[in-house]
Design a binder for this molecule. Sequence first.
Ligand SMILES: [Zn+2]
Length: 486
Amino acid sequence: MDEALTPAAIKSDVERYLDEHARAIALLNDSIFYFGELGMQEFETAGLMTQLLEEAGFVVERGLSGFPTGFCATYGSGAPVLAIHTEYDANPDNSQQPWAVEATPIVMGAPGHCEGHNCNGAVLVAAAIATRRAMGRHGVKGTLKVFGAPAEEQLVSRPYFVRDGHFDDVDLAITPHVGGEFHVGYGVLQSALVSATFHFHGETAHAGVAPWKGRDALDAVVLMDLGIAQYREHMTPEMNCQRVITDGGHQPNVTPRHAAVWWYFRNSTAEGVSALFEQAKKIAQGAALMTNTTLEVELHSAVWPVRGNETLAGLIELEYSRIGAPLWSADENAFAMDLQKRAGVRDEGLRRSVKRNLGPSAQMRSANDAGDVSWKTPMAKLVFPSNVPNISFHHWAAGAALATSIAHKGALAGAKVLACSLIECFTNPAVVEQARQSFARETQDTPYYSLLPADQKPPVHLNEKAMSAWRPAMKAHYLRERPRFS
Ligand SMILES: [Zn+2]
């Protein structure tokens, strides 16, 4: 152990270490980008992340809450217990070539990163390793827990982690997330969400010759859709819902015996989203009754809205200002403006600003499975600038910057802010106490309870078939070089 330094000197050391490992951070960012793995299938991604954490001296617990690609890596002991956590999953049909300013899949139809969870994974690991190194060298006391959270896009893993007690001893938590500029909001930031598949069961028949012998499960899916469409008229502005039909039968002359529709229901509160889900179940029961089919509801997950703690937001905002946003090159800025034009959004280029809080943030329609963590312990969502502003996620254009120097610079800056925020919390016990007090005030009227039934199992096989179909073609694009953190 080196001599004890002041917190400011420890932060400078952390920043220097991360600057020296900019190439490793970029390689990790790009490795995860090309893995492009769907939720709960992040085997390459979680494998690489946990190896790097283990090599850096973390003790890694794999298979957290039954998720093969979920993990918790721990370093240190005693108080305070600080947690960082993030997601690293890709989306279906989101394969996009870096630097391309039109829709250009790397593998046509394959999964890919069109949001930037690859950058999230790089920031998490880089900040964890830099913080752990500083703790060891400079006698920083406490416990650092690093959670790998699979399947954010299916809103799955963290409600299970929280239900199973993995955050019970955590004093505060920070989750890094990609965006278009430095920003950390506070208040209720996102929506609550329930994810469930509605299965209808009927009977096959020759649909052309004797359709009256059949009981058509697809009819029930269609009628449920009509029922929800009618109900939309009566939804409050905070509610909305989306669906995909995951099974619509096999061929037109065989009446579908089974049909299934997968819904996401959103509302501003945990209570509200449960009520919307109950209404949807009534509509589905009506559809089953009308079609002489039977209904089976398969719950996948249910999450609380993400909230941000004001104390932590203030602390991170100071680190943003101290460290500063990346310096973008003229080429990077020109690329961003071109991309914004083609995506039909305001073509302002890249930002060097920190988005300031003038008060609590406006609640968004989006959701993130980190929500449950944020009602269990003070939490901040630390947004770092690895993507192009104004472009909406899951659009091809939101994938074009994610394995470029823009993403690399943003991830380096994000890792510095995350690591230095942790150093601040470890070395300044008053901050941890302030966060605890403000969190108690913020949540005093809303006691947390898990929306998941006690015996609910995670849907770990949800993306297994899709990922195994795409993986062979995607493997050809994996990077050959492995990131190294000395
Ligand atoms: Zn995300």
